[in-house]
Design a binder for this molecule. Sequence first.
Ligand SMILES: [Fe+2]
Ligand SMILES: [Fe+2]
Length: 266
Amino acid sequence: MKNDELRVFLGGDVFGPVGMRCAASLLPSFLAAEGVDFCVMNGENASAGIGLSPEDGEALFRCGADVITGGNHSFEKRDFWPYLDSEIRALRPANFPSEGVPGRGWGIFEKSGFRFAVINLQGREDMGALDCPFRAADGILAGLPPDVIPLVDFHAESNEEKEAMGLYLDGRAAAVAGTHTHVQTADERLLPKGTAYQSDLGMTGPMRSVIGSDPKIAVKRNVTQVLYRMELPDAAGALRGLLLSLDPETRRPRSVTRIEIPEVSP
Ligand SMILES: [Fe+2]
Ligand SMILES: [Fe+2]
């Protein structure tokens, strides 16, 4: 803890080799310099831009992530399925069907003398037909002991759905932060009842890209409407996310700071 503050960092989607390079080169020094007590990284695009491999999951933990969240690409890599079952620090969205789906959607994690509940949910607007994320959040939050600090990664396409989730959980979760769009939003704030909120944490990945992919191919694909194979650019990247400062007595957020740390050179 730094200056009687509890500090939490929520990092946006780690994308491909550039994202992994940024996590390795920027995250450890950032966490140390800021005195971060607990770090959650979204890792759904870490391995070649789609999904997460057990090896990249282990590497993200070594970089300082305490928990890795997922999203619509959580099940892309088949060898990740047993990892999701065995590694309690790796999550996938909680509102997948309750039976027959590998892994878990939330967990309670102890660090620095505090207990954090990390809850991973996925939206439904312009996404898959999952169970209701609002009711899933209700069910999880209702069972949490009062000392636990709930942090929600809401992996969703729609800003409308994300703002609705933020206000729905205002006062019940310490933080509701969006992931998935890879475009960092400038709407970080404390909601009226004290929940820290940002519609999208942004991407930890290549800066000159189209949400992570090589711009030349991505533009051609959009102009022609032909599904050219996306390629991964080797561009300079950035670490992006949200830094929370919480009161250690009340375990409530005091302030939020949007984080974007670019690499000096690729
Ligand atoms: Fe996603
Ligand atoms: Fe993503």
